[in-house]
Design a protein around this ligand. Sequence first.
Ligand SMILES: [Zn+2]
Length: 150
Amino acid sequence: MLTLDQATYDAIVAHAKRDHPDEACGIVAGPEGSDRPERMIEMVNAAGSPTFYEFDSTELLALYKEMWARDEEPVIVYHSHTATEAYPSRTDIGLASEPGAHYVLVSTREHGNSEGPVEFRSYRIVDGEVTEEEVRVVPELPQSQSRSAS
Ligand SMILES: [Zn+2]
């Protein structure tokens, strides 16, 4: 199950809507081993495409160095689909390299330029196998000792 706070949920949805009709992508980092998505980083879709996303390799490397320095890991890896359902494509599955991460898919296909609904779903992707999981949105993440300054 993925548990995230309302503000992070809203920010991911807002990013997906803003980049529509191109796919948006990003990462929400959290303290290592905590499973707490605390720090959202909007990434550039290097593909700039309505049907594909690709992290910019330089930006991704810089982010991983930063997370390493802060004892963080990617808790959520998210991207949007703008014309299809919120389910990982074969390409997405092939690129999924974080077995510990929650892969969030947001679909803005019903959204267009209006205020239509979006789909928000989360998956584990391990060795090419996709398992959907429940998404729980809470007002705020419960306090924890390992919470880092933000
Ligand atoms: Zn995709």
